[in-house]
Design a protein around this ligand. Sequence first.
Ligand SMILES: Cc1cc2nc3c(=O)[nH]c(=O)nc-3n(C[C@H](O)[C@H](O)[C@H](O)COP(=O)(O)OP(=O)(O)OC[C@H]3O[C@@H](n4cnc5c(N)ncnc54)[C@H](O)[C@@H]3O)c2cc1C
Length: 499
Amino acid sequence: MSGQKRIAIIGGGVAGLSAGIYAQLHGFHTAIYEKNDVPGGACTGWTSDGLPVEGSLRFLAGTAEDTPLYHCWDEVGALRDTLFVNPDSFYTVEDSGETIEFCQDIDRFCSHAEKISPEDGTLLHRFRDTVLKVQGYVLPAEKPADLLGPLESRHANAVNGEAARMLARLHNVSASYFAEQFHHPALRCAFRNIMPPGSTLAQLVLCYAQFIDGSLAVPVGGSQKIIRQMVDFYLANDGELQLNAPVKEIIAANSAARGIILENGERILTHWVIAACDPEYTCRVLLQDRYSMEKKLQMRFSAPEKYRTCSVVRLFFSAPVDSVPLARTLSFPTDVIPAAGEGIGRLRVVQYGDDPLFVHNGRTELTADVPMPGRRAFQYWDKLFAHREAYEAEIDRLEGAVQLALEKRFPEMKGSLQYLGCHTPVTYAQRLNSYHGSCTAFLPTSHAPRSAMLTGRLPGLEKLLLTGQWLGEIAGMHTALIQGKFTVERICHDERLLW
Ligand SMILES: Cc1cc2nc3c(=O)[nH]c(=O)nc-3n(C[C@H](O)[C@H](O)[C@H](O)COP(=O)(O)OP(=O)(O)OC[C@H]3O[C@@H](n4cnc5c(N)ncnc54)[C@H](O)[C@@H]3O)c2cc1C
């Protein structure tokens, strides 16, 4: 360790682990300080009475071999010996007596949808052609744009050619606007619901294209296995992981970060600090508002109409494996379910029965999501939480209504559903210190400027870099992974070390 530069990493989520691994591999000595008693952050899973429970992951991007993103997952040891499940359908929607499946075979999707609504044929074929053209799109994962030389930039822009130009055009169209162009209510409903509210058509087309080309799939073993493998790899490379170690403050002096202070008062002096936790929390709490984020990141926080945050109330159940829906993800209409002071008439459920590691004693996990968009929903849950009984009562009410809805849609589940627990926006805010209790980072809408390049640097403060899902164009575990890597590339650049 003598002579090695030391880096303190705040947060042991995917981004913190990724940064830790890449930094260890490039000759630094790192320690990750994680506030919770388990690593993983938002990417989490646990076991309940022998049944593995997935807390977040539905699909992982970067699962197609021979792509730069897969290569990154491989470099951090996350997908060693991992098999993938490729569900038949990316998303299945029931509405108006019809079932719309966004299936692996896009021709099957198209011909089925056209049979339901012949007058939507032209639009469906245009959608199909667009998705096929975007297949094979390569997510940039090798070098951050701010470190690319002019030739490298030109090369990077050329890699995706027509697909990139197509996505740039679709970025200006919202998925919900596109949905409204369909004549048939079931198709309108399907295209409106497949992505979170506010998504662009570009996000929808890219996700479906990735699903078809195999670069979006389900890793067997889910979040728990990915994190376990990353942690093992980090420790095997002499990284240091401290759990139950909340950071209270970042030490800053003479325009540079000098280390961190833990909640227990311990001061740790380092050459660099990487904040792999929420950037708003980092600036407001850990830096006590003395430094601001770079302008382009600040702008995202101050323009909620362009950059949406969203969260979810996720209810976890176990159910007999032969009673769960065939589709991995299914959205279906329900009687009105009261949620955050409003009512919703549709549920999204995810079942895990097609992953053999998620089946125990003939049962599997079934999650039901009640979407909670943005700040207002967070304030609703946060206010309730101040009166713990009211908070618990609201969860009980929601759980009862969701269970009834499930039993109505799947009568074979009656009497055999078992409630395992619930996450609300307050859970994400308290557990992860995440902005407005968001479960993922910003969702850029069609009004947001395209791909503002973020660096994670703070004007006026050196030796500190922000990293994590909030710096990417779109949230997700793959973004956290890439941003962790990019952060270490920036440090190597500043330290004049070869990458
Ligand atoms: C319900 C849900 C479903 C999701 N579904 C998917 C999906 O299907 N596919 C996908 O790719 N992504 C999905 N995601 C998103 C994905 O999990 C995240 O984008 C990713 O895990 C974020 O990683 P991160 O490291 O950037 O941030 P985080 O995971 O938030 O990590 C930040 C870490 O910092 C720690 N921390 C915070 N403050 C401190 C402090 N003061 N001191 C020490 N530690 C601190 C936190 O405890 C946390 O561990 C989902 C997320 C949720 C919640």
